[in-house]
Design a protein around this ligand. Structure first.
Ligand SMILES: Cc1cc2nc3c(=O)[nH]c(=O)nc-3n(C[C@H](O)[C@H](O)[C@H](O)COP(=O)(O)OP(=O)(O)OC[C@H]3O[C@@H](n4cnc5c(N)ncnc54)[C@H](O)[C@@H]3O)c2cc1C
Length: 453
């Protein structure tokens, strides 16, 4: 790079953090502007009723290599727990339970034994599910035709019963795509199931944070960026990126203009329209048309422990997935369970009382030990725009990192990463934008390792 080029990264979520680190590694003089008073974006934490709550339970998989690379870079891998071998307890009311555990055979046969023993489906459904898995493995998520239909329609066409969708496919698809199969894009579902479950035996081993998201992402990112000399402007909302005829020239803050040589806009899709200058995207309406899908978390603190499971999926119940959050929240007494509700259109507008009336008995039904144990705290958090709405037709609305304005790039989990709206997608997008920015700024030496691939 000639001299030290100035790069502004707008947005301090995982995409912006990854982009800022990579640009600094590449020798740029980086300023990161984040509208909020903390880094981490959608993965933030806050204090409520004497405990540390996250915006919502986050999990990752072993196949999330870019995200895991960021955890390493932030020095926080040991603050997560990654299963050595995929193992998911699947509970149902009345004491029923199953364990979906991977075997030692190569993919996709590693799941064969677990499926053969899965008690919530009959033999015919299990066989049909195995056949559908092989068909799913052959689908190309990048083929535009796969984005024209729903995953649910494809499953039906491949002989999957309503029970198979409910007890098997939505168990994984709903949390990964934040929409049920009947509404989700087949292309994104194919990506999730191929990369996550069907191509590598160890891909779906589940990782969970052992600390709050603030301790996992925001705080260590601030420290690492500081060591790299990145100027982090918290409370630094950008009104707009400024472009002139030759390309991007700066950003406009509430205090005035700042001149830079390149900009990476890593803001959520619903903010992109405000920040990007006219002409940046071929279709300026595309980010807004991606829409949004909510996630609701129901946080329940019991007076004493009611389960020793770190997490479980739940069927035949409104509880979709439940996680033991006692340790990450810093509680030293009782047990804190967080229910994570994806595709939560039906929950997001309900009152706390209403949700308590439904979820307190629902938890007792799957954790009989909870009966009679006092609930000390019951809190609901709602993320209305948790992800973009990952429905058919969205592939064409997700722009790649390059815009039509020279040296202006976009990043974010909603951009065209090939991944669903996840932490992995966010980090990948940030790295891709950084790679393009460094090349555009004339980086002649080797690119930083994280963006060289
Ligand atoms: C409740 C919940 C649960 C989730 N669960 C999972 C999960 O289990 N696994 C998983 O992989 N993913 C999960 N996700 C998705 C994941 O958190 C996101 O996809 C990812 O964190 C998005 O990162 P990002 O950097 O693209 O965007 P964001 O995190 O949204 O960051 C964008 C940043 O830009 C800032 N900004 C906006 N406008 C401006 C402006 N004008 N100037 C300056 N800054 C601005 C915002 O304040 C924000 O910090 C979940 C999300 C939620 C909400």
């Amino acid at each position: 790079m000639t001299g030290r080029s100035r790069v502004a990264v707008v947005g301090g979520g995982l995409a912006g953090i990854a982009a800022a680190i990579a640009c600094a590694d590449g020798g740029a003089d980086v300023t990161l502007f984040e509208a909020k008073r903390w880094l981490g974006g959608a993965t933030a934490s806050f204090e409520r009723e004497g405990m540390t709550l996250d915006t919502g339970q986050h999990v990752f998989l072993r196949c999330c290599t870019a995200y895991r690379g960021l955890l390493d870079r932030l020095g926080v891998t040991a603050k997560t727990d990654l299963q050595p071998r995929l193992s998911i307890p699947v509970l149902a009311p009345g004491g029923r339970s199953a364990l979906l555990r991977r075997g030692r055979l190569p993919a996709p046969l590693h799941l064969g034994a677990a499926l053969a023993r899965y008690p919530y489906l009959g033999t015919a459904d299990r066989l049909r599910a195995a056949r559908a898995s092989f068909a799913l493995r052959r689908l190309d998520p990048g083929d535009p035709r796969t984005d024209t239909r729903t995953f649910g329609a494809w499953l039906r066409a491949h002989g999957q019963s309503e029970a198979s969708v409910r007890y098997l496919w939505d168990l994984f698809g709903l949390p990964a795509l934040n929409l049920p199969a009947g509404e989700a894009s087949l292309a994104l579902a194919a990506k999730v199931f191929r990369t996550g479950l069907l191509e590598r035996r160890d891909a779906a081993d589940i990782g969970i944070p052992l600390v709050s998201l603030r301790e996992l992402h925001g705080e260590p990112a601030l420290a690492v960026l500081g060591r790299l000399g990145v100027d982090v402007q918290l409370g630094g909302r950008i009104r707009q990126v400024v472009a002139e005829s030759g390309g991007v020239s700066g950003v406009l803050t509430d205090q005035g203009g700042v001149d830079v040589d390149a900009v990476i806009a890593a803001v959520p899709n619903e903010r992109a329209g405000d920040v990007l200058p006219e002409g940046a995207l071929a279709d300026p309406t595309a980010p807004g048309r991606l829409g949004s899908s909510p996630i609701v978390n129901v946080h329940v603190v019991y007076g004493r422990a009611v389960t020793d499971l770190p997490f479980a999926a739940v069927v035949d119940s409104p509880v979709q997935w439940v996680f033991d959050r006692t340790r990450p929240a810093g509680l030293d007494a009782g047990q804190y369970l967080a229910i994570s509700l994806s595709g939560a259109d039906g929950f997001v507008d309900r009152t706390v009382e209403d949700l308590r009336a439904e979820f307190a008995p629902a938890l007792e039904a799957v954790f009989p030990a909870a009966r009679g144990v006092p609930i000390e705290r019951f809190v609901v958090t709602r993320e209305r725009a948790a992800t973009f709405r990952q429905a058919p037709g969205t592939a064409g609305l997700r722009p790649g990192p390059r815009t039509r304005i020279p040296r202006l790039f976009v990043a974010g989990a909603w951009t065209d990463t090939g991944w669903p709206a996840t932490m992995e997608g966010a980090v990948r997008s940030g790295l891709a934008a950084a790679r393009h920015a460094l090349v555009a700024l004339g980086q002649t030496g080797p690119l930083p390792a994280e963006v060289a691939a």
